[in-house]
Write a protein that binds this ligand. Structure first.
Ligand code: BES
Ligand code: ZN
Length: 616
């Protein structure tokens, strides 16, 4: 055991041992990885790949530098899935390369296969030559027709949660961090970008170099290649996008620098240098992905009115919660997403005012309350049990919103100033480390519960973290703007409508759609749609909320716009619930199936897998 490692263990023993809340627990093994970082951990990667759009294939090598934590350790175990491993070399202390024996383990579903590499005692680096396959779920290859400009193909990666292993053989656990260097060769007319330094003035020549000096977990390694252009928004921020989106995106997200400045003031300096945004094609399966230095963003939040920019606040906040301190296991996902939702809302309040942040907070609570009844008690706890399950299942409003509400509850009990100090200390103390729920709770115990006794009990904490349900002590944040919506809705339902909506924001419309009763008459639906044109809304959140209401009521006028939406947008948060609503309703099932047949090829493999399950 290295001295460093021994110190860490001693430290954990010490903080946990003195803590009445928790029993000492050995560092938990990540069940979603075959890797053996406790023996040998990868510390730095060198990726050298060519992007072949003809074959839809990435080909090249990844070189690992590593550290032995046991002097006699002689096997480096990596994760791999859907990769063809061609050969493995190792380099000794004098710089000589020789073949290394390697073995692929039994394939095991979503986990893929272990790749065990035998090391000579003096071996210092290994190089794995490989190429990806059609089943490499971490990559989406788009034809020119699937892009905005329709002239050039596009490739992007999505590694979270455990898809990095499907395009790079590596230790795919968030408990391991690596810095990296990369060389990416592409067709000449295309630009490659990565979650690393992206030189703005790089020559567009199909040969691109990247350096990521800070250590990051595998799920944050990211690559995109396409007909991309750059536009600066400020000295430190900018947008990469296809031409169609460049100006629209830089206007929509013009407040990014301001958000960064506020975030740095609240919780400590932004630790990654630049912060750029990459606008993906509409098939991007998420709203956003917090790849360091370069968040990946869906075009569905570019609405022209900045109404959905909380997504940028969210991905930016991950620069601290998630990227700087990382959940060490997918069962602790709430430490990433709950903290980030909390942080996001603080930023929104600072940049756009408390009124807007209160509305967004309430909409999130509504989201959580809608989701809870469909989740088991165990899945309603913040700390999850994911043995034998796909970690992508951890992503429910529980990790996001219940996590946020737990932190908001602590903030309410201890007061904003003390809680902010606590959060800043947390980010400072554990920067560039992994964190699990036990360690977090130990830190909480020492730095808040015991420091300011009598405000929150250990039993309160246990209930929030380990039990189902939403404690009704969560802070309520009433919104005047929402009260107005409710008053006008009440009049409408009484049959004497007096709508005064000219000043309404997108959030108020979303609240109205949340609050409309599920048993509207056909006439009421038609009246609402004639007046407010929900079926034609270009705001994806509004359109989807309207569908949630009107689909079960078999509102015919949805058919045409819904088909267009599903053919165009691949964001799984939208399309998966829509297909579920269609498939489970005899009136729509056939239509849903037909649309999916046409749309499927344009969706990301992750979205395809989710929708396939619905129709199988
Ligand atoms: N880290 C997530 C994206 C993600 C989710 C990756 C699930 C893999 C599996 C990202 O930060 C995120 O939370 N995105 C949300 C938006 C956010 C505003 C709630 C999304 O994509 O909708
Ligand atoms: Zn997130």
């Amino acid at each position: 055991m290295s001295t460093f490692f021994r110190c860490c263990v001693a430290f954990v023993v010490c903080i946990l041992g003195s803590n009445p809340l928790f029993h000492l627990q050995a560092a938990v093994k990540d069940q979603h990885s075959f890797a053996n970082p406790e023996h040998i951990s990868s510390t730095r990667l060198k990726l050298d790949v060519s992007v072949d759009f003809e074959k839809s294939e990435l080909r090249g090598f990844v070189e690992h530098q590593f550290k032995r934590h046991q002097p006699n350790a002689n096997t480096l175990v990596l994760d791999s899935r859907a990769l063809v491993i061609e050969k493995v070399l190792q380099q000794n202390a004098t710089g000589q390369w020789s073949a290394a024996t390697f073995q692929l383990g039994q394939p095991s579903g979503i986990l893929g296969q272990s790749l065990s590499i035998k090391l000579a005692p003096d071996s210092e680096k290994v190089r794995v030559y490989y190429h990806t396959t059609a089943d490499s779920s971490g990559l989406q290859w788009l034809s020119a027709a699937q892009t905005s400009e329709k002239k050039q193909p596009f490739l992007f990666s999505q590694s979270q949660a455990i898809h990095a292993r499907s395009w790079i053989p590596l230790q795919d656990t968030p408990a391991v961090r690596v810095s990296y260097q990369a060389r990416v060769r592409t067709p000449k007319q295309l630009l490659a970008v990565m979650s690393a330094d992206n030189s703005k003035n790089t020559e567009r020549d199909g040969d691109y170099l990247f350096e990521m000096p800070q250590p990051i977990p595998a799920y944050l390694i990211a690559l995109a290649v396409g007909d991309l252009h750059f536009k600066a928004m400020s000295a430190q921020t900018g947008v990469y996008a296809e031409k169609t989106w460049l100006d629209k995106a830089s206007n929509e997200f013009a407040d990014t620098q301001h958000m960064m400045d506020v975030a740095s003031r609240l919780y400590g300096q932004y630790p990654w240098g630049r912060y750029d945004l990459l606008i993906l094609p509409a098939s991007f399966p998420f709203g956003g992905m917090e790849n360091p230095r370069l968040s990946f963003i869906t075009p569905t939040v570019i609405t022209g009115d900045k109404s959905l920019v909380s997504l940028i606040a969210h991905e930016l906040a991950h620069s601290w919660s998630g990227n700087l301190i990382t959940n060490s296991n997918w069962e602790d996902l709430w430490l990433n997403e709950g903290f980030t939702n909390f942080f996001e809302n603080r930023l929104m309040a600072e940049v756009y005012g408390k009124g807007r942040a209160d509305m967004e907070y309430s909409l999130s609570v509504a989201d959580l309350q809608r989701a809870l009844p469909d989740l088991s008690q165990a899945d309603q706890a913040l700390k999850l049990q994911l043995a034998g399950r796909d970690p992508d299942e951890a992503f429910s409003p529980v990790a996001y919103v219940k996590g946020q509400l737990f932190l908001s509850y602590l903030e309410q009990q201890f007061g904003r100033q003390r809680f902010d100090e606590f959060v800043s200390l947390y980010f400072k103390t554990f920067a560039f480390q992994s964190m699990d729920t036990q360690r977090f709770l130990a830190f909480l115990q020492t730095n808040l519960l015991e420091k300011y006794p009598g405000l929150v009990t250990a039993a309160d904490v246990q209930r929030w973290v380990f039990q189902g349900g939403l404690p009704d002590t969560y802070p309520k944040r009433p919104s005047d703007a929402f009260v107005q919506v409710e008053q006008q809705l009440a009049l409408f339902l009484k049959g004497s409508p007096n709508w005064q909506t000219s000043q309404w924001t997108v959030h108020q419309w979303l609240h109205l759609l949340d609050k409309l009763p599920q048993q509207l008459s056909a006439q009421q639906l038609i009246t609402l749609d004639q007046q407010f044109a929900f079926s034609q809304s270009k705001n994806a959140e509004i359109f989807v909320a309207w569908n949630r209401l009107a689909l079960p009521l078999n509102y015919e006028a949805l058919q045409q716009p819904l088909q267009q939406f599903l053919l165009h947008v691949g964001r799984s948060k939208f399309v998966v619930p829509l297909y579920r609503a269609l498939a489970t309703n005899p009136h729509w099932a056939e239509f849903g199936k037909n649309v999916y047949q046409q749309a499927r090829a344009g969706y990301h493999p992750l979205t395809q897998a989710q929708v396939d399950k619905i129709f199988q």
